[in-house]
Write a protein that binds this ligand. Structure first.
Ligand code: 9UX
Length: 72
């Protein structure tokens, strides 16, 4: 199964920020695609919920120094 989720991402100030988060999320097991939008300050993620949890994603973003808030 594939689920979709969106987050608001707080703390991004440049394109390297969004690239860093996007790479970090895309390296996680269970994440199919993570797309960051710097202008909208969002992350759109397709994932397999049997392999990765929403909390895992939030923790990854926080570990990178940003904040993620679930939108849906
Ligand atoms: Mo440039 Mo974005 O230092 O943190 S990567 S502002």
């Amino acid at each position: 199964p594939t689920e979709k989720i969106e987050f608001d991402i707080l703390g991004m100030t440049c394109a390297a920020c969004s690239a860093r988060i996007e790479k970090g999320l895309n390296r996680m097991d269970g994440i199919k695609t993570a797309s960051l939008n710097l202008a909208l300050e969002t992350a759109s993620i397709e994932y397999n919920p049997s392999q990765v949890t929403v909390q895992d994603m939030i923790q990854k973003v926080e570990k990178l120094g940003y904040e993620a808030k679930r939108k849906n």
